[in-house]
Design a binder for this molecule. Structure first.
Ligand code: DCT
Ligand code: MG
Length: 393
């Protein structure tokens, strides 16, 4: 039988599992101690978390509870569940006596499912989804039927809803990588492009594709994003885009300022129009973007996208970073989200440092620590280097 005490105890002091949670998990405490559990490090950034692990049934359930807590605006509880799931992911063996855990309550509440469907729309947050739910709306179609006021992002979210629900495959991400590379090099030769997010961590599917772009000559990256999006738009490859400017200034954002989870790079939230045939053409790397973009635009207007369509919509995030911040941006944009959060917590609590996707500040020495590689940042933080494939916390 499972001894789950280790996992309650290994959760750091700030986020103990509540009596309620213990009860929810219905685990039978037994006095035998699991040696792997004894070795479990408390911060996610101290341990290796592979993508494929031994406890996904348990962690899926815990992550649903985490999501549930998030919908109820209980961030502390949500993070506690995510941390618990993350610990189980890092465990080198399967947890026994799963039967007890399968019958978890509070997973099937109908309203939660509806809100989940509504928050699943690109551009819609929990609060908006909750308001719509209280107004009696139950699906994306209801929004259109009742003539809800939608902003541009929400319109795109509803219009491409079905596509955006479908996971993006690694093969699709690779095709998009080729397109982005082509676009970036067309407008700024010598720029460097790196696939980020889940795909950099070795995931086979994701909800979007994330890219980080820089140029070895600092300053050349300024104003790059509009050029990229213009180029993509001219090729008919963008269904939606919203660019936010870089607002990071080291002097202004220095240690005195409260840390902000959001970074301030020039960033483009976009929806790409990806030809279905592009994937099968993938092996033929000479396929030009021009080829990919022709056809569908004339055959089928954007707003009549159907299931039989020869293209699909894919969420793509583009981020531009100055070269001097590239290592920090790379570390920040690789994820996972929990891993990032834990890195920042480790930095602050254990090292008196402040880590962001822009910089690492040492509060004891009162100076910024510069780094060219992720390895250097781990070293500053006194952490063993963990490769991207093992940051799936
Ligand atoms: N990130 C961040 N700050 C943000 C947004 C994202 O630090 N404001 C980081 C965390 C993970 C990474 O960027 C990419 O974000 P997502 O695409 O949301 O996560 P993912 O791990 O790539 O997940 P998915 O595979 O579903 O896209
Ligand atoms: Mg992603």
């Amino acid at each position: 039988l499972l001894d789950i005490r280790w996992f309650t105890e290994s959760m750091e002091a700030g986020h103990p599992v509540t009596v309620q949670d213990r009860h929810t998990l219905q685990v039978n405490p037994k006095p035998n101690i699991d040696p792997a559990a004894m070795l479990m490090k408390s911060y996610a950034c101290q341990r290796r978390t592979p993508l494929k692990h031994h406890n996904s049934i348990l962690t899926d359930a815990l992550e649903i509870l985490a999501q549930n807590a998030e919908y109820n605006d209980n961030e502390g509880r949500s993070v506690a569940f995510r941390r618990a799931a993350s610990v189980l992911k890092a465990l080198p063996h399967r947890v026994k006596s799963m039967e007890d855990l399968r019958s978890l309550p509070c997973l099937g509440d109908h309203s939660q499912r509806v809100i989940k469907a509504l928050t699943g729309i690109f551009g819609v947050g929990v609060r908006t989804a909750d308001r719509w739910f209280r107004e009696g709306l139950r699906s994306p179609d209801d929004l259109i039927r009742t003539g809800q006021q939608l902003n541009r992002a929400q319109q795109a979210g509803v219009q491409y809803y079905n596509d955006l629900q479908k996971p993006v495959t690694k093969a699709e991400a690779d095709v998009i990588s080729d397109i982005v590379e082509k676009a970036v090099h067309a407008v700024l030769p010598g720029a460097e492009i790196q696939l980020m997010g889940g795909f950099r961590r070795g995931k086979e599917v994701g909800h979007d594709v994330d890219f980080l772009i820089t140029h070895p000559e600092e300053g050349k990256e300024e104003g790059l994003m509009p050029k990229i999006t213009n180029w993509l738009e001219e090729q008919g490859l963008l269904l939606y885009q919203k660019t936010t400017r870089n607002s990071y200034l080291e002097k202004m954002d220095g240690p005195a300022r409260a840390p902000n989870n959001m970074d301030r790079f020039e960033r483009c939230f976009s929806i790409f129009k990806l030809q279905a045939s592009a994937e099968s053409c993938k092996s033929n790397s000479t396929t030009s973007v021009q080829d990919i973009s022709t056809g569908s635009e004339t055959e089928r207007p954007r707003d009549q996208h159907s299931e039989e369509s020869d293209w699909r919509a894919v969420r793509v995030d583009l981020v531009v970073s100055p070269y001097s911040q590239f290592a920090f941006a790379t570390l920040g944009w690789t994820g996972s989200k929990l891993f990032e959060r834990e890195l920042r917590r480790w930095a602050g609590q254990e090292k008196h440092m402040s880590l962001s996707s822009h910089a690492l500040y040492d509060s004891k020495q009162n100076l910024y620590l510069r780094a060219k590689t992720e390895e250097e940042i781990f070293a500053y933080l006194g952490l063993e280097f963990i490769p991207p494939s093992e940051r799936n916390a």
